[in-house]
Design a protein around this ligand. Structure first.
Ligand code: NAD
Ligand code: LMR
Length: 325
């Protein structure tokens, strides 16, 4: 049986960077046939059709069909994997909070459509910003879908953190393991060098605390803005790459800790129900387990409180807007 993959915002920059990789088998594996369903707003349907033409022109053996629609009910019908990318991206000078209202309105009806029409085994990744809170909205509007099926993307933050640490220490990215980012996909996120390992050594022992706190953490957290400033547009290919990493490892498994924003059950004192990035173990089959018992000392705890505090504020704001109950 092939899998149905629904991609929203298919005509956007990330959509263009991700669809060819999905269709070539890089996300679900080289043996998994798939049907693509592309959701776009009416004015962008034509552009989505153009992308679909190019997908057909690649003659990907795994790609069975492509449907394009502006109707969320149709788009999520029978979906096994949903990538919720479609949203307004941040422009120069905007913070993610500015997007809460505009983009929140998108994720309520999409959550409802997933609830009513997706396949029983659906898995959802939210990429559109503010990703954690958009995920919270979709999840809360899909009461019949177990909440472990919903996640938001912090894998790009993890990949950035790994790459920047590798450059600092002059090691390969493959020498770094278990480098996880906690909290919100925003400048408050906390990249954790206490639990990360570099060639088996504790990463925090290999850097100066001054660099960690005053250069590394802010640089990782503000990398999205740095890219917008340089490119004049938000990250697209690296975001698509991280989404592929996220879903591939969730479905097929991974052998080290990774970052996923998922609903808290109260782990590490994060308020129950918030969608926060945690260290997760991925055994495949669309399952994850929040890794418990990791070191969270005073420094990490103070950073976690800030980023989780921001998630609470966002949750309260979307509650006020009537986007969650
Ligand atoms: P883009 O503007 O190029 O594309 C967005 C697409 O979404 C557009 O084609 C638009 O028509 C479509 N869209 C808007 N409303 C929609 C709706 N209701 N249903 C379906 N489609 C809809 O933007 P992009 O660069 O592809 O970025 C998409 C989102 O991803 C933005 O919110 C951006 O901030 C976010 N992002 C997140 C991360 C992350 O790490 N979580 C990284 C990069 C970008
Ligand atoms: C990113 O991290 O690159 C994206 O979330 C874009 C943004 O708004 O920062």
């Amino acid at each position: 049986m092939s899998k149905t993959v629904t991609v929203t915002g298919a005509a956007g920059a990330i959509g263009y960077a991700i669809l060819f990789r999905i269709a070539s088998g890089q996300m679900l594996g080289p043996d998994e046939k798939l049907r693509l369903k592309l959701l776009e707003i009416e004015p962008a349907l034509k552009a989505a059709e153009g992308t679909a033409m190019e997908l057909y022109d690649c003659a990907f053996p795994l790609l069975e069909s492509i449907d394009i629609t502006a109707d969320p009910k149709e788009a999520f019908d029978g979906a096994n994997v949903c990538l919720l990318i479609g949203a307004r991206p941040r422009q120069r000078g905007m913070e993610r909070a500015d997007l809460l209202e505009a983009n929140g309105q998108i994720f309520k009806p999409q959550g409802q459509a997933i609830n009513d029409h997706a396949a029983d085994d659906v898995r959802v990744l939210v990429v559109g910003n503010p990703a954690n809170t958009n995920c919270l909205i979709a999840m809360n509007n899909a009461p019949d879908v177990p909440r472990e099926r919903f996640s938001a993307m912090t894998r790009l933050d993890e990949n950035r953190a790994v790459s920047m640490l590798a450059q600092k220490l002059n090691v390969g990215v493959e020498d770094i393991r278990d480098l996880v980012v906690w909290g919100n996909h925003s400048p408050t996120m906390f990249p954790d060098l206490f639990n990360a390992r570099v060639k088996g050594q504790r990463a925090v022992d290999l850097v100066e605390m001054e660099w960690y706190e005053n250069e590394y953490i802010p640089r990782v957290g503000k990398r999205g803005a740095e890219i917008i400033e340089a490119r004049g547009a938000s990250s697209a290919a690296s975001a698509a790459n991280a989404a592929i990493d996220h879903v591939r490892d969730w479905m097929l498994g991974a052998d080290s800790l990774h970052s996923m924003a998922v609903a808290s059950n109260g782990e590490y004192g994060v308020e129950e129900g918030l969608v926060s990035s945690f260290p997760v173990r991925l055994s495949g089959g669309g399952e994850y387990e929040i890794a418990e018992g990791l070191e969270v000392g005073d420094f990490a705890r103070s950073k976690l409180e800030i980023t989780v505090g921001e998630l609470k504020e966002e949750r309260d704001a979307v509650k006020q807007l009537g986007l969650i109950g």
